[in-house]
Design a binder for this molecule. Sequence first.
Ligand code: ZN
Length: 411
Amino acid sequence: MRISESQIRQVNHQIDALRSADNFYGKKLKEAGVTGITTPEEFESLPFSEKSDLRGAYPLGLMTPPEEKIVRIHSSSGTTGLPVIIPYTAKDVEDWAIMFARCYEFAGITNKDRIQITPGYGLWTAGIGFQAGAERLGAMVIPMGPGNTEKQLQMMQDMESTVLCSTSSYALLLSEEIEKRGIKDKIKLKKGVIGSERWSEKMRARIAESLGIELYDIYGLTEIYGPGIGINCPYNTGMHYWDDYLYIEIIDPKTLKPVPDGEFGEIVITTLVKEGAPLIRYRTHDLSRIIPGECPCGSRFPRLDTIMGRTDDMMKIKGVNVFPSQIEEILQKFPEVSSEYQIRISHLDGKDTMRIYVETNGSVNFLELADRIAAKVKSAIGFTPLVKVVENGLLPRSEKKTKRVIDERYD
Ligand code: ZN
């Protein structure tokens, strides 16, 4: 999806604001000689920004308007090194709430709903984003924050919550507690709005079935407002995102060139109207693709596919970008194989080769199963892997994270 003329005008306003602020990012643009753009090609030559750049601006180097316009800051988790501080103006806070309210609307949530919010409040963008959007919609908010499952379940029953906002892991935990206590008939939940951590189809089906609710994936990141910049609609054909606030491009993370719609790559986001801390071509390192064509819901908002993982997970084989999650998804469709698998990539006789090891029990025909898996992989990613079926328990187990992909080409 190429950048439109009106989006180019908006990007120029962002560039002007950054340059005249002469802040961390404004200086970078000046060093790169960027004064503005007139064509999509010029846009594609603008420098990228990275989380490590933003860390370098700590604490308030990203602040773009005069300080009296800043009403709040949020911060991304500082698990590695310094956190990133994002300043928000009153308009940014409002825009975020508008986008989040739109997310709820796309999920069919209305001002008659009672929304129980379990993500955390504070420096993190989660809880407060869910709340501001819900209030803007006019729904009743039950602002629980995380943990205290006993109290969560009590309020869920007493307040007759109809919508649960949570991470996928907490939704799973709550659904299991509800089953364990046999209180499902006292729960009035109809929908779940689930934060953007990657989760498998198996887990999704388990939560939806156990709670008897529809699930919606919400997308977002602290550097770009927070959660609420995209969500799937009831047709569940990818997440619609708000291109009146953001321009999203998908790039090949190796060549850094934009890829055509429909192809997988890294999500790169440019804010179009942000005041507190505009960002140009921000590399998220999240992998997805833009889904071409129109959604059956009729919305004009473009769609991103489910997040397939992070760029660090990507493998390039025979010129094709492949993610472990694509293979995992295919294997999940074979009930006869265990959850363990291993992918080995090697370079033999001048060609890349992918071998997939899977486990099963002795009651199936190994060769026939291998052929069926190979055929499914071929139809999904375009080339045939070598599939080796082994007895259950033969693949390595680990107490920590199991290494599932071994690339022998670079050993
Ligand atoms: Zn739709």
